[in-house]
Design a protein around this ligand. Structure first.
Ligand code: ADP
Ligand code: MG
Length: 319
């Protein structure tokens, strides 16, 4: 493309017409009024949409590759939390100007992540305005199974994947411009910029898990959603919450508070029986840690070993 400020048509053609995993399920992809996708026999369509806005979900001036990965990663995480097999996505991209260098990096990062997670881009919309990226993801579920927030039962273990608090700490590093070449800062910033949707774990949990939610708003906030949806209480033991070495070293005093209240980690929080947990431990593609248990009725989340009087329990957009 000769032009560095491509038109809407050029943008779609040059950057988005052949993006992501090349699957055989797309009957008609980008270019017509709508896409047509072949649906596996008797599958259920599982879908979700997520928007990231510059200045709200990521700092102004964030590099295009980070914007792309944050947008697709956070959207795919919702499919992971349902136990769905991700298949396709659409992209509504609003940007202040047409800039082919920005678009090239954005599309390359989006493509790499889409290939890594086996999803293909089948359509979208391109408009001018404040930088806003909306990704709608589609996936498949068997007809009789899904991981919802509503099926936790008393006596089950409460388990989380990976480590918590890293993305919140990464955002703090970025806000404080702690950008010295330092492996720990890079690690935490990477956890903010590039979520790892736990799709494989989610699919394993279809067979052995009960209730599941992804940790997008913060552990306490998301545990409360799960407790309420299931009509159970949850007891968290603060000493069991998995914290990365980088978080503990750079934020020794705030590590636990970040793990409890900061969002954007996109780990899975789920419940299952003790015997099923033992089996899962050896299979799971990511470390899984018991952080508490399901305690019966009450719909309350209690945290042993931490003062729960924390003002900000998670990010709420209109508070
Ligand atoms: P319409 O006006 O009929 O909605 P558009 O001109 O907006 O169509 O889009 C033309 C084609 O390009 C459609 O297939 C649409 O899905 C696709 N498209 C537009 N923007 C994007 C994008 N950002 N990413 C992927 N596909 C896109
Ligand atoms: Mg049309």
């Amino acid at each position: 493309m000769s032009d560095s400020n491509p038109s809407e048509f050029d943008i779609i053609q040059s950057f988005f017409s052949d993006l992501g995993h090349a699957d055989g399920a797309t009957q008609l992809g980008i270019g017509d009024d709508a896409a047509i996708v072949r649906i596996p026999v008797s599958a259920r369509l599982c879908l979700s949409v997520d928007t990231v806005v510059e200045g709200v979900h990521f700092p102004a001036g964030t590099a295009p590759q980070h914007v792309a990965k944050r947008a697709l990663g956070s959207a795919l995480s919702d499919l992971a939390a349902m136990g769905a097999k991700a298949s396709h996505f659409t992209l509504a991209l609003t940007m202040p100007k047409s800039d082919s260098r920005w678009l090239k990096s954005f599309a390359k990062a989006l493509h790499d992540m889409a290939v890594a997670f086996g999803v293909s881009l089948v359509g979208g919309d391109t408009t001018r305005g404040p930088l806003t990226v909306t990704v709608q993801v589609h996936g498949w579920l068997p007809p009789d199974k899904a991981l919802t927030r509503a099926s936790a039962r008393e006596g089950e273990l409460l388990v989380v994947s990976g480590t918590l608090g890293d993305a919140g700490a990464g955002l703090r590093c970025l806000q404080q411009a702690l950008r010295d070449p330092n492996a720990e800062v890079d690690y935490l910033a990477g956890r903010f910029y590039c979520p790892s949707p736990r799709l494989l774990l989610g699919r394993q949990l279809l067979d052995c898990g009960s209730a599941c939610i992804d940790v997008s708003d913060g552990l306490l906030s998301d545990a409360q959603h799960l407790a309420k949806a299931s009509g159970v209480g949850l007891e968290i033991d603060a000493s069991l919450i998995p914290l990365s070495p980088a978080l503990q070293r750079l934020f020794p005093k705030q590590a636990l508070e970040l793990a409890l209240t900061a969002g954007d980690d996109y780990e899975l929080l789920f419940t299952l029986s003790e015997s099923k947990f033992k089996a899962l431990q050896s299979l799971s593609p990511v470390p899984v840690s018991v952080i508490g248990k399901v305690s019966g009725a009450g719909q309350q989340v209690s945290v042993k070993g931490y003062d729960l009087d924390i003002q900000q329990k998670g990010y709420l957009h209109f508070d």
